[in-house]
Design a protein around this ligand. Sequence first.
Ligand code: C2O
Ligand code: CU
Ligand code: CU
Length: 479
Amino acid sequence: MREKTLSVAVLVCLLWPVLARAQSFAPAGWADDLKLNSIADRNPDPKIVEIDLVAKLADVQIDGKTVHAWTYNGGIPGPLIKTNVGDRLIVHFKNELDQPTTVHWHGVRVPIEMDGVPEISQPEVKKGEEFVYDFVVRDAGLYWYHPHVMSAAQVGFGLYGALLVEDPADGVGVEDQLTMVLSDIGFDSKGVLEPADSGGSAGMVFGREGDYVLANGRRHPVLKARPGAPQRWRIVNAAKSRFFYLDLDGQPFTIIGVDGGLQEKPVTTDILLITPGERVDVIVAPKGKAAAPLALRAMLYNRGYGSVEYRAVEEVLTIEFTKEAPVAARPVTVTRAMPMPSIEGATPVDITLALPPMKNNKSEFQVNGLPFWKAKPYLAKLGEKQLWIVKNDSDWDHPFHLHGFFFQVVDEKGKPVGPLAWKDTVNIPMKTTARLLVTFDERPGEWMFHCHILDHADGGLMGTVLVGGGEPKGHTHKP
Ligand code: C2O
Ligand code: CU
Ligand code: CU
């Protein structure tokens, strides 16, 4: 009897991928231009992904030029790390750069020792040193990894990559899938990177953007599609400052998920805003004719002075269509059961973000009147629910990010804003207030929050929350 149950189980397991497989419509090689570097899993255990990651200088080809970039494993972006939900990820990290670095796992609910923040969660990884990151990935979704030392510089120079945590039973049923890492980079005609301090204090206040917009490290790549066929794009904005405000010539994007995986229900939009650090999971079904390629464009978005003035719309990628008959549209019905937020019993925490007038020719962002290097940590108990009321008093948008925990965005009355979803990064437009409901779970530690315009973080817009007591660490580190 036992054996019989077992063999049925085995049979179901064997058949499952076949049963669950949705139909592919994409032509062969449809996404070759957007292929991300892969990485070898050197552990035979199917529940463990064990990889080698090296930060090093390397020459990469961008737009026909050789750029002397900073890379993970020699490419921009770094390799796509893929796991299934519940897997253990072991990363043997080595720093071959000339300066210290760390790896932060953005959005992943890691233990504090694995959070990659120097002096707070681990020592800096100095030149030639190694560090082993080892944790279980608890939540399906698209996450990403990047340094947390001089992050505006190091991310801007090319250090970022995607971590895709898949749930094989997510029921999305779209076979043609793509992970898209959007970013930008600045370099001169000789391929020398634009200095991280260009433009001085004004550059910091604006948030420096690179001139070259990249999708999976390429400028203007081409994607091939059968007209009307559904594609699932999981997108991360890994740029250090640039907002991506995406338009597909007015054709709809159906959002099925955000930072922390699938959301309550799909929402359709004609224009898709992804601010630095955020992720979206969308289904598109681009329509068009073989003779008329369709452009995915980054439109102008006003995140503060200089972001729309004298700026041009950028082409991110082009979709070329096959001559096949269009695929008939199918409704997207992906849902996820999620807890309704309740602000009852939540401890309110007021946080004001500001940019006071320049002093001694220098600008400094402040959180409740203090830049990061003068601030003390905020406090939370294990299991405590808090309502962060984050007021943006400045004339700049701030994509606000919390390490280690997801939150839900609610309105003044505590009702959810938009469909229920887990977020770890949310844009707070200039002169507005956002309310973030967060429960600090069983993982103690000192966790960062900061603006993900990394120049703003460097410029003071950062803080920590000390969860579960203990001694706060010194706040000298540069983000
Ligand atoms: Cu992408 Cu401190 O984070
Ligand atoms: Cu993070
Ligand atoms: Cu900011």
